[in-house]
Design a protein around this ligand. Structure first.
Ligand code: ATR
Length: 287
């Protein structure tokens, strides 16, 4: 589709950014809604982040999505933050507002919550326990989502236990779920009796080693969710499926986190559909 001189502009800032599916995702919706707009991949190194954001703002961009490794830097440049961003301490969406103000939002948590709800059903997690692997920015967002879905206890397991301890201490006091830290070697007791295992680490991503945790202690009716989407069938999900678990891949979260971003950039609320999923799967296959 061609664009005019009045096209609405947005994009995704990351390093690297070549693997991001966000340009395909937003371009799909731009075409579906026949919007005069574009969504650009923006490879930006850490030290240039603040300067590039200021330049995009001056160039009239509506805003940008922010991915690894800039989510904390994006938090720092925002003048206004929504509650999810404050809770997660990280921003994945910057919106350039009137008067030079920058609004920072975090749509990852709501994206994950929407994806889990879509796959598991409304209210499914209420009162249940979850084992959460990871203690980085993604895990922070996941904690917010799990608490919002009514999880009773979130058991945090992280390769470096000290990070998990810091993470649990820094968690906002009004998070309703109980947070408990288990050591990596205590994964079995942590997984026992849970309804959901959620991988919020980068383990299993193309180029990273697989998540090295045995699933034996996980109840067979527990679901397994991986936020990694490249590859879509991670080693964790493949093993989980073989063990009879329900699985939820990372594409759901990716698609759902993009809905409010698209609405804010271009003024129309898009839909997450099977056709969109098929399009993104095709893009993943073709690298
Ligand atoms: P993000 O913002 O994407 O969460 P991050 O803040 O760098 O990124 O956090 C990465 C998370 O993945 C951490 O929990 C990290 O564990 P450590 O705290 O021990 O570093 C986890 N991680 C990365 N690679 C891993 C691997 N191969 N096995 C297990 N955990 C891994």
């Amino acid at each position: 589709m061609s664009i005019s001189g009045k096209a609405k502009l947005a994009g995704v800032i990351g390093w690297p950014v070549a693997h991001s599916l966000s340009p395909q995702l937003h371009s799909y919706w731009l075409a579906a809604h026949a919007i005069d707009g574009a969504y650009i991949p923006l490879p930006v190194v850490r030290e240039d982040f603040a300067r590039v954001v200021a330049a995009l703002q001056r160039a009239g961009f509506a805003g940008v999505n922010v991915t690894v490794p800039h989510k904390e830097a994006a938090f720092a440049v925002a003048h206004d933050l929504d509650e999810a961003a404050q809770l997660a301490g990280a921003v994945n969406l910057l919106l350039f507002r009137e008067g030079g103000r920058i609004e920072g939002r975090n749509t990852d948590a709501d994206g994950l919550a929407a994806s889990l709800t879509e796959d598991l059903g409304k209210g499914w997690l209420t009162g249940k326990d979850v084992v959460l692997v990871g203690a980085g920015g993604a895990a922070r967002g996941a904690t917010v989502a799990l608490a919002k879905l009514g999880a009773r206890e979130i058991r945090i397991v992280n390769r470096t236990q000290a990070h998990a301890e810091t993470f649990a201490r820094a968690a906002p006091p009004h998070i309703k779920a109980r947070l408990k830290v288990f050591s990596w070697t205590d994964f079995a007791p942590a997984a026992s009796g849970t309804a959901l295992l959620l991988n919020a680490t980068s383990a299993g991503m193309a180029g990273s080693p697989a998540l090295d945790l045995a699933l034996d202690a996980l109840p067979v009716n527990a679901a397994v969710c991986d936020i990694v989407y490249n590859p879509l069938d991670t080693d964790l999900l493949t093993r989980a499926r073989a063990g009879g678990h329900r699985t939820i891949d990372g594409l759901g979260m990716l698609m759902h986190q993009a809905v409010p971003a698209f609405a804010a950039f271009y003024g129309e609320t898009p839909k997450v559909t099977p056709a969109l999923r098929a399009e993104l799967k095709k893009a993943l296959r073709h690298g």
